[in-house]
Design a protein around this ligand. Structure first.
Ligand code: OSB
Ligand code: MG
Length: 369
C-alpha cells in the first residue's frame, strides 16, 4: 500500500459516569482518531489512547497531535509499505511516544487486513471467536455505592471485577467487597500509588484471594516490583512498566510480575504487541488486554488482539455502553453474559459511523501525499 492521505480528528465525548483513579476524576474523553487512506482508497482507522493529562504516562492528546503532525505523518506520507511492521521500523527515529505511533500503526493494520479480505484478529494470528471481559471500576466515595455497582456489573455478566485502589482506600475497601462477594474473581489496580516501604501494607491484601495486584509501584520500575513479588502471595500484574517485548523479557527474568496487562498504545502498536504476546507465551506468563477508556475504534483493536491465544484472562474492554451513549462504530460493542462475540468483517470488523464521528469532532486536519 501507498499512504496517500491522512486525516487527524480531535474528538470530545462525554462519558456516562466519571472515572476516578489515584490521580483524579475524568468525565470527558478527548482523544485523536487517525484515518489513513491508501492509493486504492482503502480506509484504515486508529485511535490515540493518550489522555489529556500525563498522569498515566508521559503522553497527552496534544503531544500525540504534535508527534503525528510534525514527525509521524511526514515520515510515512507517500511511502509504500509491504507490511504494517514497517511502520514501527520507519518510526524508530522517534524515541518513545508509543501511543502516537500506535494510533497510526493501528490504521495501517486495518488497511492491511482489509486488503487481505480478512478480519484483523485473523491477520494477527488470533483464533478465538469470543472473548471474555471484566470491568474496571474507579475509586468510589461511598462503600455501599461500590457494592451496588459491583452487583449490577456482575448481573450484566462481567467475568471479573477490577477495583482501583490508592493508599487510604485499599485494604478496608477490598475487605468490604469480599464480605459481600466472597467468590467473585476480583483484582485491584494501584496505578503506581505505592512505594517499596509499603510492602507490609500491601501484604495485607494477600488474605483476600485476589487474582492480581496491578502496578503497585512506580510507572518505570521493574526492580522493586521483583522485590515485593518475592514477598507477596498475590501475583503482580504490570501495566505502566511494560513498553516493549524487551521490557516484558526483563520483567519476567527479574520476577517483577506473574501477569502482564497489554495495552496496544502503551507498547507502540500491534507489531510490538505480537512480540510481547510471544515472549509471554514462551515464558508461561498470561496476558490480558487493558483499557484506556477507548471509543469503539480502540475497542475494536483491543478485541482483535485479544483473539490471540495467550490472552487467557478477562480484559478491560467492556461494552460500548460502559462509557458511551452513542459510540462511533457500527454495530457498537455488545456483551452477552460477559462475552464479546468477535466480529468477522474485514479489517477492525466494525464500521466507523461518519455522522457520529462528525458530531464528536472538534478539530481536524488533512494531509495528502
Ligand atoms: O490503569 O488500566 C489502567 C483507564 C485509564 C488509564 C489507565 C487505566 C484505566 C482503566 C480503565 O483501568 C480501563 C477501561 O475501562 O478502559
Ligand atoms: Mg492499570
Amino acid at each position: 500500500m501507498r499512504i496517500e492521505r491522512v486525516v487527524l480528528r480531535q474528538l470530545a465525548m462525554k462519558m456516562k459516569s466519571p472515572f476516578t483513579t489515584s490521580f483524579g476524576t475524568q468525565l470527558m474523553r478527548e482523544f485523536i482518531v487517525v484515518e489513513v487512506v491508501d492509493e486504492d482508497g482503502t480506509v484504515g482507522w486508529g485511535e490515540s489512547v493518550a489522555l489529556l493529562n500525563p498522569w498515566y504516562n508521559e503522553e497527552t492528546m496534544k503531544t500525540n497531535w504534535h508527534m503525528l503532525e510534525d514527525f509521524i505523518i511526514p515520515a510515512l506520507l507517500g511511502v509504500h509499505l509491504e507490511h504494517p511492521d514497517e511502520v514501527t521500523e520507519r518510526l524508530q527515529f522517534i524515541r518513545k511516544n508509543n501511543m502516537a505511533k500506535s494510533a497510526f500503526e493501528g490504521a495501517v493494520w486495518d488497511i492491511f487486513a482489509k486488503q487481505q479480505g480478512q478480519y484483523l484478529g485473523q491477520t494477527l494470528g488470533g483464533t478465538k471467536s469470543e472473548i471474555s471481559v471484566g470491568i474496571s471500576i474507579g475509586i468510589q466515595k461511598d462503600a455501599s455505592m461500590l457494592i451496588r455497582m459491583i452487583g449490577e456489573y456482575l448481573e450484566t455478566g462481567y467475568k471479573r471485577i477490577k477495583l482501583k485502589i490508592k493508599p487510604g482506600q485499599d485494604v478496608e475497601v477490598v475487605r468490604g467487597v469480599r464480605q459481600v462477594f466472597p467468590d467473585v474473581p476480583l483484582m485491584v489496580d494501584a496505578n503506581s500509588s505505592y512505594q517499596l516501604r509499603d510492602l507490609d501494607h500491601l501484604r495485607r491484601l494477600d488474605e483476600f484471594n485476589l487474582m492480581m495486584i496491578e502496578q503497585p509501584l512506580s510507572h518505570d520500575d521493574l526492580v522493586d516490583h521483583a522485590k515485593i513479588q518475592a514477598r507477596l502471595e498475590t501475583p503482580i500484574c504490570l501495566d505502566e512498566s511494560i513498553h516493549s517485548a524487551e521490557d516484558a523479557r526483563k520483567a519476567i527474568e527479574l520476577g517483577s510480575c506473574r501477569i502482564i496487562n497489554l495495552k496496544i498504545g502503551r507498547v507502540g502498536g500491534l507489531s510490538e504487541s505480537l512480540r510481547i504476546h510471544d515472549v509471554c507465551r514462551e515464558a508461561g506468563i498470561p496476558l490480558w488486554c487493558g483499557g484506556m477508556l477507548e471509543s469503539g475504534i480502540g475497542r475494536a483493536h483491543n478485541i482483535a488482539v485479544t483473539t490471540l491465544a495467550n490472552f487467557t484472562l478477562p480484559g478491560d474492554t467492556a461494552a460500548s455502553s460502559r462509557y458511551w451513549d452513542q459510540d462511533i462504530i457500527e454495530p457498537e460493542v455488545k456483551l452477552t453474559d460477559g462475552v464479546i462475540q468477535v466480529p468477522t468483517n474485514s479489517g477492525i470488523g466494525f464500521t466507523v459511523d461518519g455522522s457520529t464521528l462528525d458530531r464528536y469532532t472538534v478539530a481536524s486536519k488533512s494531509f495528502s501525499a
